[in-house]
Design a binder for this molecule. Structure first.
Ligand code: AHR
Length: 483
């Protein structure tokens, strides 16, 4: 089977923000993993854990969503500023009823972003907060001149404002964020965004409205109809559960049967239908594509690791997750004309994480390596292809700086797959080719065997008469860059 890549046709730019991340005050998603505090014995810079930050810098995290998730709608930003010993201790009622000491707050978040080189995406509290609280938080973060909140920020040690790139107004407002109806939410959104101050006229804050839960097309329709002209992006949340069952077992992260491998792939592929249908509704209200679709929560969701706090959502990450990530990222790239940002849930220790930590140890997951391999697609131009692809194969292609990168996944457990690619001019040489795979479908990295699943040089690609031939091993993700 072969694909003709239409690399002379101008494609949309693949936003680097598609490779965004999400960190919530949830389990060990922040505390002990990203933030250990200045006095920790674990090496850190200003409290941020150095080994984890260094690993994340390698994948160039473009944006980090914070502080939730569900937590965002219970978060009162004033609790997280000022001297640490005076910060209010609260109960994290969403995630395990544990004490939240607020030692990671606004200043710490922006310090983490500084170290990562990432942009800010803050989710406001509209569930249990007020319009004034939101407006003052934005004033605190972004007001350059003299004002009550800028003076408070300066008193707390930060002279200059920070750059707030993205701002979410509501999280899952259809559920844990307030159980609102879309009509009511649309009005609440309109009200909040009215009072969102834009102090930096040259860099207006990008406004994200709460969008649908997976296939709730009525939510998208209603919000676009009543609030569509007041927003820059509308979010979509969709998680991949092998069993599809939220109320009982979602499936084990490691000890899963083959049929759960298959259902995970099928459910990951479902993202394509969801985006297509939500985007069709958006086309009706926004034919000029001024509004983006933002998938600010996605990823696999399994039963928690046995023996861990059920409220911490800690799960292992295997070759299956690598394939699910490749499928999803390929879908996002295919829809690059509408998808401007996506945020995998979540960056460290929670759900489909990049990194797992235990005490002072850390490991990179197979999903981390997919994000690493896909970096060449960031801000590249999407290249469309025509032709037939083998069953259980996913691919995407893009070009940047005169080089073309093709990333593929073969999620067939039994058969390797062959596929050819041609482009408008003959391929001359393979510059780089990498594969991520494992011996078993549930191969994964552990603290004792941290390098069970790591990228390797790939030798299954060859050029004959200007045509690229790829022989894809089973359960593998491959990325090839060519001239
Ligand atoms: O990512 C975990 C949770 O999933 C988030 O807090 C919430 O928004 C979603 O239901």
């Amino acid at each position: 089977m072969s694909i003709e890549l239409l690399n002379q046709k101008k494609g949309p730019e693949i936003s680097k923000y598609i490779y965004g991340q999400f960190s919530e005050h949830l389990g060990h998603g922040i505390y002990g993993s990203l933030y250990v505090g200045k006095d920790s014995e674990i090496p850190n810079v200003n409290g941020m854990r150095s080994d984890v930050v260094d690993a994340l810098k390698e994948i160039h995290v473009p944006v980090l969503r914070w502080p939730g998730g569900l937590f965002a709608d219970t978060y009162h930003w004033r609790d997280g500023i000022g001297p640490k010993d005076t910060r209010k201790k609260i109960v994290n009622t969403n995630w395990g009823d544990i004490t939240e000491d607020n030692s990671f707050g606004t200043h710490e978040y922006f310090e983490l972003l500084r170290q990562l080189g990432a942009d800010a995406y803050i989710n406001a509290n509209i569930g249990s907060g007020t319009v004034q609280e939101m407006a003052e938080w934005v004033e605190y973060m972004t007001m350059a001149g003299e004002s009550p909140m800028s003076k408070l920020r300066q008193k707390n040690g930060r002279q200059d404002p920070w750059k707030l790139k993205f701002f979410g107004i509501g999280n899952e407002s259809w559920g844990g964020g307030g159980n609102m109806r879309p009509e009511y939410y649309s009005d609440v959104y309109r009200q909040y965004q009215t009072f969102l101050p834009q102090y930096d006229k040259d860099h207006p804050i990008y406004k994200v409205a709460c969008g649908p839960n997976q296939d709730d097309y009525n939510w998208t329709e209603t919000v676009m109809k009543y609030a569509g002209k007041y927003l820059d992006g509308i979010s979509l949340h969709y998680y991949t559960l092998p069993t599809g069952d939220w109320d009982h077992s979602k499936g084990d992260a490691v000890d899963f049967p083959e049929d759960q491998w298959v259902s995970t792939m099928t459910r990951a592929e479902h993202m394509d239908e969801l985006i297509t249908k939500h985007a069709t509704i958006m086309d009706h209200y926004d034919p000029d594509h001024k509004v983006d679709l933002i998938v600010d929560e996605w990823g696999t969701w399994y039963d928690v690791t046995k023996g861990t706090n059920p409220g911490f959502l800690q799960q292992q990450n295997t070759v299956r997750d690598a394939l699910a990530a490749a499928i999803t990222l390929n879908i996002f790239q295919k829809h690059a004309d509408r998808i401007y940002m996506a945020n995998i849930a979540q960056m460290v220790n929670v759900l489909q994480a990049m990194i797992l930590t235990k005490g002072d140890q850390m490991i990179k997951t197979p999903t981390y390596y997919v994000f690493d391999m896909y970096q060449k697609h960031m801000d590249a131009e999407l290249v469309e292809g025509i032709g037939e692809i083998p069953d259980n194969v996913t691919y995407t292609a893009s070009q940047k700086d005169g080089k073309l990168t093709i990333s593929l996944g073969n999620y067939d457990l039994a058969n390797e797959k062959a596929i050819d690619f041609t482009a408008s001019n003959p391929f001359r040489k393979i510059i780089d080719a990498t594969i991520l795979t494992g011996k078993e479908m549930n191969s994964h990295n552990t603290f004792t065997h941290p390098e069970e699943v790591v990228p390797q040089a790939f030798s299954g690609g060859s050029i004959q008469n200007g045509r690229l031939h790829v022989q894809l091993p089973t359960k593998s993700v491959v990325s090839i860059t060519l001239e």
